[in-house]
Design a protein around this ligand. Structure first.
Ligand code: 5GP
Length: 235
């Protein structure tokens, strides 16, 4: 029913294919895992299936609650049909609890709950290891317009509100996450994926990490953590 044409883009975790419809792509999620800008490589068994299904579930929820996104339909366990957006080369990161690069940069311990969610931007560029920038850089360098940045900011913070509540019902803390946005028919819509690859997710009872940090930091039980998140979301 959904016909894949030539591959249009291959990233570290996904392949994107053209379809017979100009405005639609097929995204196929891989099991390949990379960290530290590709320096660490590996495979997480069934990651593609978990990330595809979890992203589909979350994109549907966000759509229902007014955050327009690229998801159209789930095709099979590893593939989804999406709107063909023009990706804006910004990594939009929302943080609720200190962790990762922020904790390192500021010499903070992980796990401090902040007074309000913090939004930050990185310029999406592998050669430069996605450097930290602010919204002034983005506008001054024509990466995005002021209006686009405002849309992105509003949508990212609304996504955070929705997802924090969604995850805590599953006894999961949403520590931080990365979003990507795209241009579609003169609008800005949410794109890419929302999965344990792109979110820090901690068990709310014991702070156990249920995300890609298990791979990045060699903590073991990586596949089990991804599956655990999907199982809790489906329950
Ligand atoms: P940090 O800036 O602390 O490394 O990452 C903050 C959040 O954004 C984490 O949830 C992390 O998984 C996500 N993130 C940041 N950069 C990337 C990236 O290049 N790829 C992926 N998959 N996630 C990222």
């Amino acid at each position: 029913m959904y016909k894949k044409l030539e591959m249009f883009y291959e990233g570290k975790a996904k392949r994107v294919y053209k379809t017979v419809v100009d405005q639609e792509y097929i995204v196929s999620y891989k099991d390949d895992a990379t960290a530290f800008n590709g320096e660490k490589r590996g495979t997480i068994l069934n990651k593609g299936e978990v990330n595809n299904q979890m992203s589909a579930m979350i994109f549907k929820l966000l759509q229902e609650l007014g955050v327009e996104n690229h998801f159209i339909a789930l095709i099979n366990e590893r593939e989804m049909l999406v709107k063909a957006v023009e990706i804006i080369p910004l990594e939009v990161i929302v943080r609720n609890i200190t962790a990762g690069a922020m904790a390192k940069r500021l010499g903070l311990e992980e796990g401090i709950r902040m007074k309000f969610p913090v939004l930050e931007f990185s310029y999406k560029n592998d050669q430069l290891s996605d450097p930290f920038i602010n919204d002034d850089y983005a506008v001054a360098l024509n990466i995005a317009s002021q209006w686009e940045i405002q849309c992105i900011r509003n949508m990212a913070l609304k996504t955070n509100e929705i997802l924090r509540e969604f995850f805590i019902e599953k006894n999961i803390l949403l520590v931080d996450f990365k979003l990507e946005f795209g241009r579609y028919e003169n609008r800005i819509i949410l794109a890419d994926e929302i999965s344990p690859d792109t979110c820090r997710l901690w068990d709310a009872t014991n702070n156990e990490k249920l995300d890609k940090d298990r791979f990045r930091r060699d903590l073991g039980k990586v596949e089990e953590a991804y599956q655990e998140v999907l199982n809790r979301l489906k329950a």
